[in-house]
Design a protein around this ligand. Sequence first.
Ligand SMILES: O=C(O)[C@H](O)COP(=O)(O)O
Length: 215
Amino acid sequence: MLQVYLVRHGETVWNAARRIQGQSDSALTEKGERQARQVGERMKSLGITHVISSDLGRTRRTAEIIADICGCSVTLDARLRELNMGVLEQRPIDTLSAEEEGWRRTLVNGTENGRIPEGESMTELAERMHQALNACLELPAGSRPLLVSHGMALGVLVSTLLGLPAHAERRLRLRNCSLSRVDHQQSAWLASGWVVETAGDISHLDLPALDELQR
Ligand SMILES: O=C(O)[C@H](O)COP(=O)(O)O
């Protein structure tokens, strides 16, 4: 059975400042670097064989810290990037107009092809996240990969693996450096294919971690 660990990157400057990142970027804070080290310490005894990361700076830095502790190299995969938040990227969350908030709401309320202008739909995000996860099935037998990605990207992946729509209302909270695990199995009892073993575990962190609304 293939076990795949999923990690959201450590806290960033813009997470702490409640600014929308999307595919824009900001550096890890000192706390974010500490969180990444704590993930590495948690994972080093679990035999991680591959660390595969979104190519954005905040995930690459998180992946480098984890990989260094686990004795792995880092492979980049742009399919693991955060949702492209279009014209709202870099905007403080609390400054959105009613119209802009309406755009954001279309991402989670089931509006067909809902998206922020110049951004990506949740369906498009789900498709590329599933492609990145399924690529792990091509790794050598006995591999145990860890994927480093983002709050909405991982939330959509886990939600759709559970059979929820990609636009599922944001009811899954994946805090900075939270750990999730999905397994690919053949089972007569549980569904065959991908099953969710853990979602949003932060028991390895010694300080409170922010969620996607940076709270
Ligand atoms: O700010 C955003 O774009 C997301 O809501 C959170 O993105 P992150 O997981 O990359 O911080």
